[in-house]
Design a protein around this ligand. Structure first.
Ligand SMILES: CC(C)(COP(=O)(O)OP(=O)(O)OC[C@H]1O[C@@H](n2cnc3c(N)ncnc32)[C@H](O)[C@@H]1OP(=O)(O)O)[C@@H](O)C(=O)NCCC(=O)NCCS
Length: 209
């Protein structure tokens, strides 16, 4: 029996649990700070909150942080790594990894995703359902590439970037740190740090954050 504890019992957590099942974990439990109020109808038990998770290090083969928000995922995953928890990566068997493609710790690669030759994914990445990351891309730490995205060959995606569903990033593009790419956007030039870009061709939306 392979036992996995997942922090984060949201919709993303459910999908991560499915990937874990496909990866051979047969006992899956959740921890979430909304415990015990958490009313979501998970088929998996929610055993407690973050502090409860920290108390069960010896009881599970692997731990995973399933939080969609990049900053929160960073804080929680980094804490587990610092405390030497056995953090795992989860790559769905239907995903395709080309030669020398690498996935760092705490990543999930969802069903049907393709990481072509020499792609490197940083710590805590989410490569969502059916996304295609072309050859030689460098994806930073704590990046979320949404479902059905395409990232062209040789592009560099900075730490904490969030690429919305169905977006396209052309080849040899550089997104600096914490760029948000809107759903369906088409990015054809480099983007400076912390900008949110939308549309085709993608351009920044002006906001007072
Ligand atoms: C880009 C995004 C983050 C902006 O969210 P926001 O900061 O809350 O922005 P708002 O919804 O206030 O929209 C601001 C403006 O940008 C426009 N806009 C927002 N998202 C857009 C998009 N994807 N494409 C084109 N225009 C968009 C809005 O229509 C609005 O225009 P207006 O000022 O003329 O009315 C969000 O719209 C988005 O695309 N998120 C991705 C969601 C996703 O992929 N989810 C899947 C997760 S698995």
């Amino acid at each position: 029996v392979k036992r996995l504890a997942i922090y984060g019992a949201s919709g993303h957590g459910k999908v991560v649990a499915d990937v874990a099942l496909a990866c051979g974990y047969s006992e899956i439990v959740f921890f979430d700070d909304r415990f015990p109020e958490l009313s979501r109808n998970l088929i998996w038990p929610v055993l407690g909150d973050w502090d409860d998770l920290l108390a069960v290090k010896a009881e599970f083969d692997s731990f995973f942080v399933a939080v969609g928000d990049n900053s929160t995922r960073c804080i929680k995953l980094q804490a587990l790594i610092d405390m030497s928890f056995p953090v795992t990566s989860l790559v769905h068997p239907s995903a395709i990894l080309g030669s020398f493609a690498t996935v760092s710790s705490g990543c999930v690669v969802m069903p049907g995703a393709i990481l072509n030759a020499s792609v490197a994914i940083g710590v805590g990445g989410i490569i969502n359902t059916a996304s295609v990351i072309e050859h030689d891309c460098r994806i930073g730490d704590f990046v979320h590439v949404g479902p059905n995205c395409a990232v062209g060959g040789g592009s560099v995606i900075g730490d904490y970037c969030w690429i919305g569903i169905g977006a396209t990033i052309s080849n040899n593009i550089e997104l600096n740190k914490a760029v948000v790419v809107g759903a369906g956007a088409v990015v054809v030039k480099n983007i400076a740090a912390n900008l949110t870009v939308v549309g085709c061709p993608a351009s920044p939306i002006k906001k007072d954050y």
